[in-house]
Design a protein around this ligand. Structure first.
Ligand SMILES: [Cu+2]
Length: 264
């Protein structure tokens, strides 16, 4: 084997190895986390199955459900989803206009995605909040999703550098010690720069009450994905495969603005 052939083989091996290490995230990203005035609406939503930090991804098949929860009612947003392409991958979008004050929670259940390298299905229940017209009551309450992160800090009022805590629930029960992957989404047309591969996806573990803690080092959208193997398997070509259940929450951290002189 020639040296160039050998290095090509090594490169292919490394690329596939790097691929296996990438963390997948369900993404539901609104154009704004807070609607202050009618001019902020409609809020545009981008739905993806992605590697947020690196800003590259996979195809997201049409979700099983996409709902908005407001005032104790769930409304179906699935019929309004529009299919699109980003970097050659299937993504979805829609627009939503909050009309009354309050908290709007958006939740996506994707179709199970079979990940060949991990030989398992991945299902990430993905949630994000938008608060409208100065009211965000109810952010500490679970929606009742199969897998869900419930914030312990007001999600619409966080500065970069703040500590964020969330409680991980699967089937309504706290998950002690569950592993939570954390990634920053640098925004459309940007990718993050990490000193090592391990710092693309950071990992924290929940405590005995299923509560995890993380301090975001910079502003923007941050994704938290609590991952656990489901107790049921799913069939693929006559074989039973395990299922990775993800409870994913996207939270926006605002940049702290410098103070201005009084009177301005
Ligand atoms: Cu991937």
């Amino acid at each position: 084997m020639s040296a160039s052939r050998l290095s090509a083989v090594i490169l292919v091996f490394c690329l596939s190895f790097a691929g296996a290490a990438q963390a997948h995230f369900g993404m539901v990203i609104p154009s704004t986390p807070t609607v202050m005035a009618a001019k902020d609406a409609p809020v545009n939503f981008s739905l993806k199955f992605w590697h947020p930090f690196e800003n590259s991804g996979m195809n997201l098949e049409k979700p099983v459900s996409f709902q908005v929860f407001h005032d104790g009612k769930a409304s179906d947003l699935l019929p309004g989803l529009k299919q699109g392409k980003e970097q050659g991958m299937t993504v979805w979008s829609t627009a939503y206009t909050p009309k009354t004050p309050g908290l709007y929670a958006f939740a996506m259940e994707p179709q199970p995605y079979f990940e060949k390298e991990e030989d398992c299905f991945i299902v990430h229940y993905t949630k994000v909040y938008v608060d409208a017209f100065g009211d965000d009551e109810g952010w500490a309450e679970p929606l009742g999703l199969r897998a869900e992160i419930v914030p312990l800090a007001r999600p619409g009022a966080l500065y970069a550098g703040n500590v964020f805590q969330g409680r991980v629930l699967m089937n309504g029960k706290a998950v002690p010690g569950v592993e939570v992957e954390v990634e920053w989404y640098p925004g459309p047309d940007k990718k993050g720069v990490a000193p090592t591969a391990a710092m693309i996806t950071q990992t924290v573990k929940a405590d005995d009450a299923g509560i995890f803690t993380y301090a975001a080092p910079t502003s923007g959208w941050w994704g938290f994905a609590a991952l656990q193997t489901a107790d049921q398997t799913m069939p693929l070509n006559g074989e039973q495969k395990s299922v990775e259940l993800g409870a994913v929450l996207w939270v926006y951290f605002h940049a702290m603005q410098p103070a201005v002189p009084l009177g301005k």
